[in-house]
Design a protein around this ligand. Sequence first.
Ligand code: IFM
Length: 454
Amino acid sequence: MHNDDHNEGQHAVTRRHVVSGSLGLTAALAAGAVGATGTAPAGKRPVPVAGTFLWGTASSAHQIEGNNVNSDFWLAETVKPTLFREPSGDACDSYHRYEEDAALAAGLGFNAHRFGIEWARIEPEPGRFSEAELDHYVRVLESCHKHGLAPMVTLSHWTVPRWFAARGGFENAESPAQFERFAKKVAERLGPLMSAATTFNECNIGRLAQFLFHLDTPEAKAGVKAMLDACAKASGSDRFANVLLGDLAKSEANMVEAHRRAVAALKAGPGDFPVGLTISMQAIEGVGDSNKASAVADLLYGPWLDAAKVCDFVGVQTYTRIRVGTEGPLPPPDGAEKTGAGYEFYPQAVGNTVRFAAERIGKPIYVTENGIATDDDTRRVAYIDGALNALQKAKADGIDIRGYFHWSLLDNFEWTAGYSQKFGLVAVDRKTFVRTPKPSARHLGGIAKQRRSL
Ligand code: IFM
């Protein structure tokens, strides 16, 4: 998310801004959890997490795996014109280095691991599932168990298979059934190995993108259209649609239905784990009398607060605050520190959002993302301390917070901003993929090791 729109004059949007910085478990699997091929061997079972506070890091498949060539985003990154600063390419090569990542996270002190599985790999053609890719994710899940990490799996973190986008994505009336088919397969093959799952990551991202990036301006619309037209042409489609940049009037009801069906599919499968929905929630602070804060909240969440009520938990994802005056959103206060993503450094925001989620949704809460883009790791440490402090206060006030996942373990592909924004606790060499923990990694990992809870 970029609030420098405000600094550049109201509603200015640069091509780079559009997607970047989006603002951007229960039950342990029972002791007899089974893998795809039978009973999971001892030492490879999901760690028991019932009553355990989860400390982890969060990531998505596309942002770390690399070479997600069958996805809509890969295409969008490589067509001309594109809004992306650079393509994702090899990303962090986590497709091959997942074991190293799990060992690293566990060694730092975490007991949980949030990551995505990639639909574009698992179902490369409509209705054709890749057993080899499902096996790959079995191995990823088993490596979590081996290292004592409870895996929390995201089914859909924005990327979709190209064929799905070419058929109109979630604007297509058949999309809920298509997503359900995928969710059923995942539940069957991977469910027994999961400690928790979520359907959509930041289900309200389309709303956030339109609102904060002012996608209704002619300039922004033209940039998005040119890129999506190029994707459509490259895939022989006349209705190529993207989750973030599509027409919400056509897609949102289908996404809500897809979510509802996916929750049911995951619950009906052989696994036994809680299912949630993650929502991008920034602290919305009203400034002055008759401010429009509550109208802005309605606009940003739409149907999703209700949609989360069918879940076992809600994933709160917070990075900053949005101040709202009588005319709408305001820029950060004069002199406010900004993060590398251009918005206000405001770690205490997550204290507000967990309270909001508790009040409006009423389900147990996991903070499934929280973090900062910065080249100055001391600011990441300060951000972590500010956020945890705010969460401790919320917990003391009775808010049911069950885990904290920091975004992100690794410096990774930050959508249209490419590799320019560093959200990682761990640096990644872009050529060798060597991982180097930053002091913040030891700081948060040390807290996770020492504390049973917040
Ligand atoms: O990188 C993103 C992630 O994909 C979704 N939430 C916000 C993060 C940081 O911008």
